[in-house]
Design a protein around this ligand. Sequence first.
Ligand SMILES: [Zn+2]
Length: 424
Amino acid sequence: MTSVDGSRLKKTLLEMSQFGYNEQDHGVYRWGFTEADMAVRKWLLEQTKAEGFESFMDGAGNVFFGLGDFHQAPAILMGSHADTVPAGGIFDGALGVVAGWEVLRVLQQSDTPLSTPVWVVATAEEEGRFGGMMGSQAIAGALNPDWLMGAHDADDVYLKDAMAEQGLNVMDALDAAWPPERLKAFFELHIEQGPVLFNKDIQIGAVEGISGVFKWIVHLKGKADHAGTAPMNMRSDAFMGLADFAHEIERIIAENGTDKTRITVGKVDLKPGSPHTVPGEAIFTIVGRDMSNEVMKELADACRKALSAIARKHRLMFEYEEVSWLAPKDCSAALTDLIEEKAAARKLSCLRMPSGAGHDTQFMAEITDAGLIFIPSVNGVSHAPDEWSHWHDVEAGTNVLLDCVRAVATETIGDSLGHKRGSA
Ligand SMILES: [Zn+2]
């Protein structure tokens, strides 16, 4: 059985981790469209070209490299994102890019002629600096001009300006869409970013689907009052409303959710924000997740009812803005089966599981059969400098990726895949 070269894989991943690496906190800083993010893209273009692969960058900043002409026949695409959150780890995203690269090297060196083009993508801006998953959305044709012009980060830097600074025109992202007929399948290898595989001591996760997520910004408005003179029973205390809602979350999940449901109040702002003043306003976020869009609707409805009742009780005004609603996305059942089968063939333990976090796969699944492979994250840590995965797991996951790609390229399973939009 042909396998990947574990030490070459490790060396390349460590090289990639130097881009945006911070000596002080040991975090990686490759926030979308910053200097370090663009430097790693340039490095990928040059290095892969030097190794004999074709490479190019599209209008969205996605870097592609591979073997074979995808204009001639539908391609197998592998990959993940090259950007990171600020102070992120070295595996999140980079793993899928480097693993794809290693698979290409093995295919290049093997004698089997490729009947299917095999390419890797290092997607742009997956971590949501500008609020989306821009690179894979561009590939899936899921971007629109209004969003591109209006998207900005938390510091009010506009996407169009950040891209212009790097010599890119934001509108060119619209030309980055792949016609579905050019794709046969997409594979992403990613760290789990949660504790399930690590705690159960399982080597491979075959991801069945990615949970949906909605985000609200909620305003509870009462009346700011003197904390000494306003009697307790005459207050319109916005914080008390928020506290009541926090206590309702457990009931809402029990009545309307599933064991996959997550509801989080992650950001809170109290106004006027003085120790001696009754909070007149509470502004906070609610992020809800589940694997079913119907359940998500019920959860949202239950949150709305709970907040209305709480607002009445505390004499508050309740308003909310739905900032985003991403429906859950199923991975390709055929590819999930294939991942499980290939893991078993290498005697690796494997668990079918959902993904609580969002990934490029969810947009790629809109246009082709998409499969997502997880490897364990030590202690479930991610989006932090101490994010870690064991090298033997990195190698095992990349071998499963290799086997899956070879199967789709050479076996009959490939015949039934792809053409999502065309055949629908
Ligand atoms: Zn990621």
